[in-house]
Design a protein around this ligand. Structure first.
Ligand code: KG4
Ligand code: ZN
Length: 332
């Protein structure tokens, strides 16, 4: 099927045209990050308004880049949740309007389902596999047995890993969102300079906790007379990142071993982190596991990732009605 996919769960307005749930003909993302950066985080009402301004332009651009017309589209897939309700409603309403006007089938999918299936757009990753979904809102481990067949194995009990990156960046005065900035600083720092805690590493369960690392960074900064700069800042960034990465890598490998899974997918915005890519790659190589990271465009929020599940559901005859509503929280 030739699908139009729409994503608007947070601060990216995104649309994509995807053939057969595997080939992204376009994947357009309009980020609002500059607007929210001024407030140090996403402001829900502003996000909704910006989606409303951007969505028709983004959809038109997605069609144009794919060289297809709306008349050729055979179905709609849209993020139903979880996310900011006002933001989700913009994408949902737009998708419903197109589906109604063109008499097309529509299906709503889970945002994290999009993330953990995203690598299928670049290579066929055989099921089953272990997926680590690691973003600003999520740090979840799933066993993925197929489209629609997910079992949660572990999750964060407090902050998501990306949220910890963003909060640490904010307290260091590095702006929002801060994950990529910390990543760049960490590359030139000493990861052993400061021994930050590795929460729950030795607990025999697969849940995570990141707020303790963030608090340890805060306490470290408060104990100094001024905010770290220069090499001190790079060392702090590297030490913080090393703590987060070590927990993510060890728990992911533990889950893969317990579940006897050979393949690991790491997805979501934090999957862009170079320290995580390198450490996960090395740990998987040592244990004889294969790790797949989607390319950065498919790690961050985008619409093409929704079409892997969307195509499978629509092809199986599943449809959502026009009463389809947004879900702020929605377990997968
Ligand atoms: O998946 P995503 O685009 O949006 C959510 O669904 O949350 O992820 C955004 C998150 C932010 O917390 C951002 O700081 C983090 O991903 N991030 C990174 C990097 N690039 C983005 N964190 C660490 N290192 C990076 N290179
Ligand atoms: Zn996301």
């Amino acid at each position: 099927m030739l699908l139009l996919a729409i994503e608007s769960s947070c601060d990216e307005t995104a649309a994509a045209v995807v053939r057969d749930g595997r080939h992204a003909l376009s994947n357009v993302i309009a980020s609002q990050v500059d607007v929210h950066a001024r407030y140090g985080g996403v402001v829900p009402e502003i996000a909704s308004r910006k989606h409303l301004e951007a969505i028709s332009v983004v959809v038109e651009e997605a069609l144009e880049r794919a060289s297809v017309t709306l008349a050729e589209i055979e179905g709609l897939v849209v993020t139903r949740g979880p996310g900011l309700v006002g933001a989700l409603l913009v994408g949902l309403s737009f998708a419903k309007a197109v589906a109604m006007a063109r008499n097309l089938p529509l299906v709503g999918v889970h945002h994290i389902e999009g993330h953990i299936l995203a690598p299928q757009l670049e290579q066929a990753v055989p099921f089953p596999y272990l997926a680590l979904a690691v973003s600003g809102g999520h740090t979840h481990l799933y066993r993925v047995d197929g489209v629609g067949r997910y079992r949660i194995l572990g999750r964060t009990l407090d902050d998501a890993a990306g949220e910890a990156f963003d909060k640490v960046a904010k307290l260091l005065g590095l702006g929002y969102p801060g994950g990529a900035v910390i990543d760049r600083l960490a590359a030139e720092g000493n990861p052993k300079a400061i021994d930050f805690p590795r929460p729950m590493l030795h607990k025999h369960q697969l849940d995570f906790s990141f707020s303790g690392i963030k608090t340890a960074v805060l306490n470290h900064v408060r104990a100094q007379s001024e905010l770290p700069a220069g090499q001190d800042l790079r060392d702090l960034a590297a030490s913080f990142q090393a703590a987060v990465v070590e927990v993510l890598v060890k728990k992911t490998l533990r889950a893969a071993e317990e579940q006897n899974l050979e393949r690991i997918v790491v997805a979501g915005g934090v999957a862009c982190n170079s320290g995580l890519r390198q450490a996960m790659g090395a740990a998987c190589a040592a244990k004889g596991k294969t790790v797949v990271f989607p390319s950065p465009l498919l790690c961050a929020d985008n619409a093409a990732m929704l079409a892997v599940a969307g195509d499978s559901y629509l092809s199986a005859g599943e449809r959502d009605g026009f009463a389809l509503n947004a879900l702020a929280s929605w377990p997968l």
